[in-house]
Design a protein around this ligand. Structure first.
Ligand code: F6P
Length: 358
């Protein structure tokens, strides 16, 4: 005989949503891993429909969206770049931009947006949230300069690439008794330069946070070379600046979105070193090599964690927040907090780097 009827177990079923995801700003290794995680949990767990906004905010401005499924994202975990494209287009600087974004959201019955970007994209995301857009942010940038989160994905990959390049430059520098100046990315902050400089055994590292005195750099290189060691590696963040009055640098130029176009400081530093010390000096600008290609395992894991946390935050209604890493846990923080201040190189880390300068 059948036993007594049991009351049904109370179950809460997730409410399916239509979610748009976008990637804005410069690309970064790990973007596809975030998108894949959002789609995986969205489709499999929440039975959501996920739409990719092509080329950052442009897709929402022009109603250019693409359906993203688990099947579509296969094979993308280890791929650099972003399968949905990216631009620096900002709806606030485009005619009728904000209205067009809200029109697309209404017409496509989008319940929420996940915006993956750096400081520019996240600031814009925050402003759109204040106007009523239900949005969650995910921090990305190889520069690792977003406040509140301890790390952004892409940074570990960039540091790994830069360190490998420095390792290679050591042997050629030693063979020719040369000074090698290596320019790495980092427009406002010197995280990549500092980490790669420590990891690669740089003779000197120049970062935006600490204006440098070229005279002092040249004296220390001369001391080092007189002491019998010839090869030197000088790592320069692209945004590094000389102390006022110590060295002339070219005027800044801007891209179509008003961002300063950097690059070139390494050439100036190398010219000064060669002229002032007489040591043969060569320049390597790593540029976009640091941003391309496959993400490291660490970045893939962080991206996957951020993606899962972002879709959960959407379903928890945590709009106006950004996912972040704190004490190796993923948390959510108000976007307002996240975009307030850039994260600079910590004095403690900088003092470690300095110990190894010649
Ligand atoms: O913000 C990330 C970043 O990689 C910076 O380090 C660099 O200055 C900038 O993007 C380069 O951007 P673009 O792709 O426009 O040359």
């Amino acid at each position: 005989m059948a036993g007594p009827l049991r009351p049904p177990i109370a179950a809460s079923y997730p409410v399916p949503m239509r979610i748009a995801v976008l990637t804005g700003g410069g690309d970064c290794p790990g973007l596809n891993a975030v998108i894949r995680a959002v789609v995986r949990k969205g489709e499999r767990h929440y039975t959501d429909t996920v739409l990719g906004s092509r080329d950052g905010w442009r897709g929402l401005l022009d109603r250019d969206l693409v359906r993203l499924s688990v099947a579509d994202l296969r094979g993308t975990l280890h791929r650099g770049g972003t399968v949905i494209g990216t631009t620096r287009i900002n709806p606030f600087t485009v005619e009728e931009g904000v209205n067009r974004v809200f029109d697309t959201v209404a017409a496509e019955r989008i319940d929420a947006v996940i915006a993956i970007g750096g400081e520019g994209t996240l600031s814009c995301t925050n402003e759109l949230h204040k106007l009523g857009l239900p949005v969650v942010g995910v921090p990305k940038t190889i520069d690792n300069d977003i406040g509140v989160t301890e790390r952004t994905f892409g940074f570990d990959t960039a540091v790994t690439i830069a360190t490998e390049a420095i390792d290679r430059l050591h042997t050629t520098a030693e063979s020719h008794n040369r000074v090698m100046v290596v320019e790495v990315m980092g427009r406002h902050v010197g995280h990549i330069a500092t980490w790669a400089g420590i990891a690669g055994g740089a003779t000197r590292t120049l970062i935006p946070e600490v204006p440098f005195d070229i005279d002092e750099v040249c004296h220390s290189l001369t001391r080092r070379h007189l002491a019998g060691r010839y090869a030197s590696i000088v790592v320069v963040a692209e945004g590094a600046k000389p102390a006022p009055g110590t060295m002339d640098i070219p005027d800044e130029t801007f891209d179509e979105y008003g961002h300063v176009r950097l690059g070139g400081i390494a050439d100036r530093v190398a010219d000064e070193i060669e002229e002032r010390t007489g040591f043969e000096t060569r320049v390597t600008v790593l540029g976009h090599v640091q941003r391309g290609g496959t993400p490291t395992a660490l970045d893939r894991v962080l991206s996957s964690r951020f993606g899962i946390a972002a879709i959960d935050a959407v379903h928890d209604g945590l709009y106006g927040s950004m996912v972040a890493l704190k004490d190796d846990h993923i948390i959510t923080v108000p976007l307002e907090e996240a975009v307030k201040d850039l994260k600079f190189v910590q004095p403690e880390l900088w003092s470690v780097a300095r110990q190894f300068f010649s």
